[in-house]
Design a protein around this ligand. Sequence first.
Ligand code: UD1
Ligand code: CA
Length: 462
Amino acid sequence: MHEESPVQIVVLAAGQGTRMRSQLPKVLHRIAGQPLLQHVLNSARALQPSAIHVVYGHGGEQVRAAIADPAIHWVLQDRQLGTGHAVQMAAPHCAPDGRVLVLYGDVPLLRPETLRAFLDAVPAGSLGLMTVVLAEPSGYGRIVRDAQDSVERIVEEKDADAEIRAIREVNTGIMVLPAARLGDWLARLENDNAQGEYYLTDVVALARREGLGIAAYMVADPLEVAGVNNKAQLAELEREYQRRRAQALMLDGVLIADPARVDIRGEVEIAPDVRLEPNVILEGRVRIGAGSVIGMGVLLRDVEIGENVQVLPYSVVEEARIGDGARVGPFARVRPGTALDSGVHVGNFVEVKASRIGQGSKANHLSYIGDAEIGAGVNIGAGTITCNYDGANKHKTIIEDDAFIGSDTQLVAPVRVGRGATIGAGSTITREAPAGELTLSRVPQRTRTGWQRPKKKALGDN
Ligand code: UD1
Ligand code: CA
């Protein structure tokens, strides 16, 4: 970036987005779980601009509330009279020195590296345009060049004749302007065009008339500058975003079974040789240590996973920590506030919530463990339930080291099972089970000899 040219950014986000056919303002539709506008703002912020102005209008309050970033200066554009009019709304708030970079709130994949290269390529005092060559340019403003190949003007599709429509170099809409000229140019825009709009693109012809340099910077990848106009394009850019994330992870050494079937919606830190099976979804902050395998269809949200952990297929783990060598699933649900120490096994159809399970303990089948503190070396039999809720309050279950909980036990909290205690299968435990002893609450078994099953009555009998 030019040292002497501080950059301020204007993001255009007031458009209605009719073609989205949605109640939601266009810029709030999501890619990788984040609003389109948030992606643009992330790239904007990476440039360390002196200010970020967002021109909003359609669905205004909803947009502001969804973004909620105090560093953003919001500028209302009541009626959407065109891109030139939109920038005009922001212009009085721009400092008169340096440069103004115009971005679109619905172009989510533009990388800061590309924006930096663009700014570097445009000499101070010049007008800079980001352009791209498209095989199918229809709908875009065309870049018209003179005999010396210098940019002369931009002509919108609707104002173009056949010859201009044949031009395949188009305007991406990303533009950098000298702040000192901004207000004057915008004031001179007119709306005597096919759409009756104030076109920002008309500043190109104005700048040229003043003899200013016009630098066109061509980007190579059309997807990077692609805007979202409908839900099909949204899905296309989502896939492209995911492809890039998967590519970056693979180059960092992560094994991804199928990069077309992984979704990353947050910040991830994954050690080399971790394996992600198909249809894994990673959300929020996810850390996965070396040697771990994340099975098919697993959802991880805000989790920290140690080394050599196996999360087996179709498990859901949220806001939890999983220690080294642990095994979770298949079909396990680990809910917020859970910490599994190293070597813990949580098997199929086991739900764990706000609990800590100590080293090497196992709950392999069909259990609910909520608000529990479980020591090391504990065995939880199939069908064990912590009855943590009395209808009004939650209570704690404490199970000390090396306890053995027989299958189908209900632990009515608050309750404690002492160290090394054994609970007989089928028990309902309501009071402390002393350490080292066998406790059971089971109706004694009876046999009635000679008892007969009732028989079906024959038809006609009374
Ligand atoms: C614009 C460009 C066109 C370019 C294309 C790239 C103009 C006149 N045309 O056309 O050269 O090829 O983008 O996609 O600039 N917006 C507002 N307020 C408004 C109008 C638009 O905030 O009054 C915002 C929209 O929300 C959108 C962006 O500006 O983010 C572009 O608007 P859009 O209507 O999509 O412009 P195009 O006609 O596609
Ligand atoms: Ca557009």
